[in-house]
Design a protein around this ligand. Structure first.
Ligand code: CLF
Ligand code: SF4
Length: 520
């Protein structure tokens, strides 16, 4: 089959082909759909809040295309037990189980942050997320933040905690200008909490059962109220545990934290495997399916951007863009002297200036694409499309290199980000493909209508097709929203995307290069 035939075959699966309405007819009307919002406005209408999230890759789905964070594993101690955690590993309230980080002293951490800042212009946030509880182990966390704040005042500071020790530490964190805090809250009912957290240590003694769960819950609520009062942006993480808190309980958590002024709610899947040695892993408790997780996020957040959908459950020592840990490529012991520091600061300033231009170009392209699709789609239409992107809001990856897929809802509501799906490994092994990897990818994409990528070989394309998933190649660096519009069958007029990515008269999904069978 030629590439042209493949494109024709794919086009036959697009929604406008199904409805029989031509792209020209669908474009009539022009302009923006009522209520269409640019990526940043959809996350907050408040300019002061936007200032705080515009370069935080976790608090803004849009910012995570451009900015990186660095975790400092300085806090090994913890004051509670979670049934999804094996204390030999990192705190899984903010990371995947089964990984372990080397501990750093605050001084080592500050030196390594300086070394990374000199090498990674995208770096904007330094976070403390374990390996234990960064707020319980406050002395080390605060000392680290103090040193980083002194050396690199332009970086944001971020912390994650189970909340038990939070009420007493809010003032100290605020004094260091920590603006972002995450509290993991999995329940409101102590009977549910006792199934998740068997014990806590509080007020110099150990508590168990519902009494422990009641204390933990009260302290979490008090801590987040104080943090909100102090003007911090509070995010709540909740681990979705099938059979324990996945029904009304998580909805109640959502309701209570929202009424207390929490900015963002992140419902994360339980990751459970006997090899992790956790209570839940050993008892065989499963994590939620993609469909269950998606349904819960829809129930709690709908299209609201303040439901986090792009968390990668990263490690307590992760460095880089979310989903692309570059620790191994960096020299963490590079001297961070004055010259390197100055050059690094200049590079960060230049990156931020470049991002301002790039994000406004993308916002323009997104407005055009969103409006065209919203006008074209029949009422109630909703498709899920996965795109291969390594950042910058563009499609810039071959299918075979992708270990994660950005998923968008496309239809009558225009274009909405719906989350990130992770696969264990990528398909391409350099010249040939790994069928097992493809099985894992298919497991991550059970409800997806199509995949858009820079290139895909015949082998994976055919296997996707057998599973009801279309595949379409897109010109490298096309804005995601522009490519989605073309996949949908509507051509977006010449816009900012055309300036940077593709000539206006060219459909960016019509590539001509062939792909080797089984290649990428
Ligand atoms: Fe780290 Fe957490 Fe701050 Fe982000 S992570 S302390 S808020 S800088 Fe981000 Fe990682 Fe998800 Fe956490 S992707 S696990 S939400
Ligand atoms: Fe483990 Fe973190 Fe829970 Fe402590 S708070 S038990 S480190 S998951």
């Amino acid at each position: 089959m030629t590439q042209r035939q493949r494109v024709d075959q794919d086009a036959a699966k697009t929604p406008t082909a199904r409805t029989g309405r031509s792209p020209c007819a669908l474009l009539k009307g022009g302009g923006c759909a009522p209520g269409m919002q640019t990526p940043q406005r959809s996350e907050t209408a408040d300019p002061a809040t936007w200032e705080k999230i515009k370069d935080h890759p976790c608090y803004s789905a849009e910012a995570h295309h451009y900015f990186a964070r660095m975790h400092v594993p300085v806090a090994p101690a913890c004051n509670i037990q979670c049934n999804y955690c094996n204390r030999k590993f990192d705190c899984v309230n903010e990371s995947r189980p089964g990984v372990v980080s080397k501990r750093w002293t605050p001084e080592e951490a500050a030196d390594k942050v300086a070394a990374v800042a000199a090498q990674v212009p995208q770096l904007s946030v330094v976070g403390a997320a374990g390996p234990g509880d960064a707020v319980f182990d406050a002395r080390k966390t605060l000392r680290t933040f103090e040193l980083v704040r002194r050396k690199l005042p332009d970086l944001r500071l971020c912390v994650s905690t189970n909340g038990l020790a939070l009420p007493e530490q809010v003032d100290a964190l605020k004094a260091l200008d920590v603006d972002h805090i995450t509290v993991t809250i999995n329940y409101t009912d102590p009977a549910v909490g006792a199934q998740i957290h068997p014990w806590i240590v509080y007020d110099r003694r150990q508590w168990g059962g519902e009494e422990a769960a009641r204390i933990l819950h009260e302290r979490q609520m008090e801590g987040l109220e104080r943090a909100v009062e102090a003007g911090m942006l509070v995010k709540v993480n909740s681990v979705m545990i099938p059979g324990i808190n996945d029904g009304a309980e998580l909805s109640e958590v959502n309701r209570r934290v929202r009424e207390r002024g929490v900015f963002l709610h992140n419902v994360m899947p339980l990751i459970s495997d006997p090899s992790h040695g956790t209570h839940f892993g050993l008892e065989g408790r499963r994590g939620p399916t993609q469909a269950e997780l998606h349904a819960k996020r829809e129930e709690l957040g709908g299209d609201a951007a303040r439901m986090m959908r792009h968390c990668r459950q990263c490690r307590a020592d992760a460095i880089g863009m979310l989903g692309d840990d570059i620790r191994a490529q960096l020299d963490l012991d590079a001297p961070g002297g004055a010259d390197a520091g100055d050059a690094g600061e200049q590079a960060r300033i230049a990156h931020r200036a470049r991002v301002e231009g790039a994000r406004s170009a993308r916002a323009g392209a997104a407005v055009l694409a969103d409006a065209a699709i919203a006008r074209a789609a029949p009422a109630g239409e909703e498709r899920l499309v996965a795109v291969c992107s390594a950042g910058e809001g563009r499609i810039n990856l071959h299918f075979g290199k992708a270990t994660e897929f950005h998923v968008y809802k496309v239809g009558a509501g225009g274009i909405r980000f719906a989350g990130v799906r992770r696969a264990d490994t990528h398909y391409c092994l350099g010249g040939y493909g790994d069928p097992d990897a493809l099985t894992g990818i298919l497991k991550a994409l059970p409800d997806i209508d199509a995949v858009l990528c820079v290139k895909i070989g015949d082998g994976p394309r055919e296997r996707l097709a057998r599973n009801g998933i279309g595949a379409q190649e897109v010109r490298h660096d096309t804005f995601i929203e522009t490519a989605l519009a073309h996949w949908y069958g509507v051509s977006v007029p010449s816009g900012p995307d055309a300036v940077e990515a593709a000539p206006a008269e060219t459909n960016p999904t019509e590539t001509t290069a062939g792909a080797e069978k089984g290649g990428v």
